[in-house]
Design a protein around this ligand. Sequence first.
Ligand code: SAM
Length: 270
Amino acid sequence: MRTTLHLTHDHPTPLPEWVEGGDVRMPPALVRRLVSEYTEHGDRLLDPFAGFGTTLTVSESLDRKAWGIEYDADRAAYACDRLRHPDRLHHGTATDIPDDVPTLDCVLTSPPFMHEFAARDPLQNYDGESDYETYLDDLAAVFGSLGSRFHRAGTLLVEAPRGTDVRALVEGFQERYPDAELVAQRQRDRTIRSLFELQDALETELTDRQWEALETAYSAGYFSWPRETSGQEVAELLGVSQPTFNKHLRIAERSAFRMLLDREYPAADE
Ligand SMILES: C[S@@+](CC[C@H](N)C(=O)[O-])C[C@H]1O[C@@H](n2cnc3c(N)ncnc32)[C@H](O)[C@@H]1O
């Protein structure tokens, strides 16, 4: 299993001039990666500590519906200017989630930070006083209050090999989750591979460096139009020369396209 992820830490937009202190924004590449991986088109997201609106703008660009709450008036106004749906960003506090925030599919945020021995309250933008215990309780209360805003029902799709005792599988699941019900059961011949198997086959075929080149190029926006990162920049991220990067990438692309277009990959049991 891969445990590292290479992403660029660039911000395409500079911080506004009136900002004092460091850059607290999330890297857009990280948001893009998480939103793409964990949500679908049209899903509803909330960033309860929206800051300059990175989560919301990236989510909107990926056709997700994004709501946000931001305590600081200047940041809220700045973020609103950049949003397709500025009415979904509230200037307020995450400790009091506005009623018009709908049922959610995802919450993605980077909360205001506090050092263990600090005394200023991050949840009031460091204006009031607080202590670390209270800060943790406040954050727990915010996330606790969001629990009830998630879709209560979900559908679990399980693919089991032929010969599996489906009844035992279902009963085992229902023992743990008594409200769960079996909606449908189908038997089909496998002519199409699951996405995961295809990913596995590709990952197995490529060397670590080839996979890393492909993953890093994709996450860094190398395949975007126009290109967000040049080949030279991706090569630098990987710590290799550009010709080496080109070679790794070309081999990875060839394998990926061969599997996709020729449907030529190892058999499922291999
Ligand atoms: C780490 S920053 C988030 C940055 C954001 N992810 C971005 O990319 O711009 C945390 C934000 O939480 C805001 N904040 C602090 N207390 C808050 C509260 N009670 N409710 C909502 N936002 C709050 C701060 O003003 C700050 O902008």
